[in-house]
Design a protein around this ligand. Sequence first.
Ligand code: DX5
Ligand code: ZN
Length: 219
Amino acid sequence: MSTYRIAPSILSADFTRLGEEVISVAQAGADMIHIDVMDNHYVPNLTFGPLVCKALRPLTALPLDVHLMAAPVDDLIKDFAREGANIISFHPEATDHVDRTIQLIQDFGCQAGLVLNPSTPVNHLDWTLEKIDMVLVMSVNPGFGGQQFLEGTLDKVKLVREMIRKSGRKVALQVDGGINVENIRSVASAGGDTFVAGSAIFGANSYSQIIGEMKERLS
Ligand code: DX5
Ligand code: ZN
């Protein structure tokens, strides 16, 4: 059986109590903390900078999983890595030199993830799958929490899972957007092993109950 991981996205947390929210989801069984970085340029929304990563770092031992929806990315990668990020993912459209950016993330001791938007072809994984640590398949268009899961992306998850299998490498397959208790099993069946959920978790009354239910569906 695969090892499944739940990654609550703090995009849907209560920002007036962000530290407490991170501590709460960690205690509730989260496996990593997903930090959605939006720059009002690559995506039409604006969220967190490296200082937020710095502030959260001492609060949890869980991996800080930074999803950069920003362009350009290289300077931001250095800043987030210095502030304690463990995993850094970027969109191939956001850099001119994908291979160099992957290398930069890994040189800072972080795991590197490559993100595929719903319309981004999987051939971006040719020549990169042999280096990266994670593929992030977007199941919504990036920019906002609380959007509806795009069913068509399940075929992409299946395709990427097959590419990872053929590579023979240990590469995580994260899926991000619109994931909830009802659909998490189908995402896992398609090949996802790491599940980002923002509104489904932070919108719930009990974080331990909702994360528990998600894990129950995966068992
Ligand atoms: C979308 C972000 C997602 C988002 C997930 O641009 O990358 O991480 O916050 O939120 P939900 O689970 O509400 O779709
Ligand atoms: Zn994200």
